[in-house]
Design a protein around this ligand. Structure first.
Ligand code: SAM
Length: 366
């Protein structure tokens, strides 16, 4: 084989592998979107627990058009979301089932395996992609509210708050944990609380604590208040619209935490300084943020790829929606966080020994 032939083959192989990787991405995008339709239209709920539904039965139960129901069912069977009792039967007679494991992942919002947050990615991108496109051209930011993503965010974090916050994360702060377990009436604040689930689950786990959640987004605060009422903890968990840059929340807290917020902020140092002041006199600060790699590595792992994807599509444009901005983005590396914490007046940052695929747990001290 000549050198020219060899390098042509090489190029062909590279081309094939590269194009194939985008085919996988297209499959993922289509499957997330079709699954979102199924959740949003109540098709999974209608299928759950049924002993196999035909096209007509699903259309009737969920109140959707039959021909679309048929296409959706066939797609879901081909995509291995649904099973089919009798694939060789005529299209209108086949019976489709939703396996219980798939129903749990698609529908149970508190379950650790819940994937509902992922299904919200396509509509959020559909709402915001043009805005991001234009912002990249001009250098402007994109307002958080224009994404309408607080449900998606809650879909990501609620299962972790429900299952891990009190049970696994807080024990890594032994003094706070001891006082909580002793039933002390601690005052806790959630900075950038979103839909408020962290505070709600803490209040459920520890009946003597009071939690204040602060956020700048009206829709998030409205949802958080509704959730607290529905769970019967609104007397101990309160939510207020507040900009975290506001210099003093006016209350002293035993624990101030924030989850997936610092990298989104135009002024992360200002917010950390507010957290420090809010714990003045002995309180504890906990910052949960993305577990970006220690330093930039080309060909990063899937988590790093996802973080950069979220960064360009959401976190960087949101963080730049201000007159001046630190422009951090989702990929906030530990040395960057340490610098922010020191500029905010903390003397050091401990990284708590909690194993988590997505999060790093920073405990700024001093
Ligand atoms: C990625 S979400 C995280 C929400 C929640 N902590 C969770 O983990 O689900 C970031 C939150 O920070 C809020 N936020 C951003 N900038 C803020 C600011 N300057 N003041 C208050 N909240 C802010 C947003 O409104 C949003 O709810």
């Amino acid at each position: 084989m000549t050198t020219v032939e060899a390098s042509t083959t090489d190029l062909d192989q590279q081309l094939e592998a590269f194009a194939e990787s985008f085919f996988g991405a297209a499959l993922g995008a289509a499957e997330l979107s079709v699954a979102w339709l199924g959740r949003s239209l109540g098709l999974y709920t209608a299928l759950r627990g049924a002993a196999g539904l035909t096209v007509a039965e699903l259309a009737e139960r969920a109140g959707v058009d039959q021909r679309y129901a048929q296409e959706w069912l066939e797609h879901q069977a081909v995509a291995r979301v649904l099973s089919v009792d009798d694939p060789a039967a005529p299209a209108t007679e086949r019976r489709y089932r939703l396996p219980e494991a798939h129903a749990i992942a698609l529908l149970d919002e508190e379950h650790p395996a819940y994937v509902g947050g992922l299904l919200e990615i396509p509509p959020v991108i559909a709402r915001s992609l043009q805005l991001v496109h234009d912002a990249i051209r001009t250098g402007a930011g994109v307002p958080f509210a224009s994404y309408g993503l607080h449900d998606m965010q809650a879909g990501f974090t609620r299962p972790m708050f429900a299952n891990a916050f009190a049970a696994e994360w807080l024990p890594a702060l032994p003094e706070v944990h001891r006082r909580l377990e002793a039933g002390e009436a601690l005052r806790i604040a959630d900075f950038g609380c979103g839909e408020g689930w962290a505070g709600i689950y803490l209040a459920e786990a520890y009946p003597s604590v009071r939690v204040d959640g602060y956020d700048l987004d009206d829709a998030s605060i409205a949802a958080a208040r509704e959730h607290a009422s529905a769970r019967g903890v609104a007397d101990r968990v309160q939510f207020d619209l507040r900009d975290l840059r506001q210099p003093d929340p006016g209350t002293r807290y035993d624990l101030v935490f924030t989850c997936e917020v610092i990298h989104d902020l135009a002024d992360p140092v200002g917010a950390l300084a507010t957290m420090r002041r809010a714990t003045d006199g002995g309180g504890t600060v906990l910052v949960i943020d993305e577990k970006a790699a220690e330093s930039f590595e080309p060909s990063g792992d899937p988590i790093e790829r996802l973080l950069y994807g979220f960064s360009i599509l959401h976190c960087l444009p949101v963080g730049r929606d201000a007159e001046s901005s630190a422009a951090t983005g989702t990929v906030m590396r530990p040395d960057v966080f340490r610098r922010y914490a020191q500029e905010a007046g903390f003397s050091d940052v401990e990284v708590l020994p909690i194993e988590h695929p997505f999060f790093r747990f920073y405990h700024p001290v001093g």
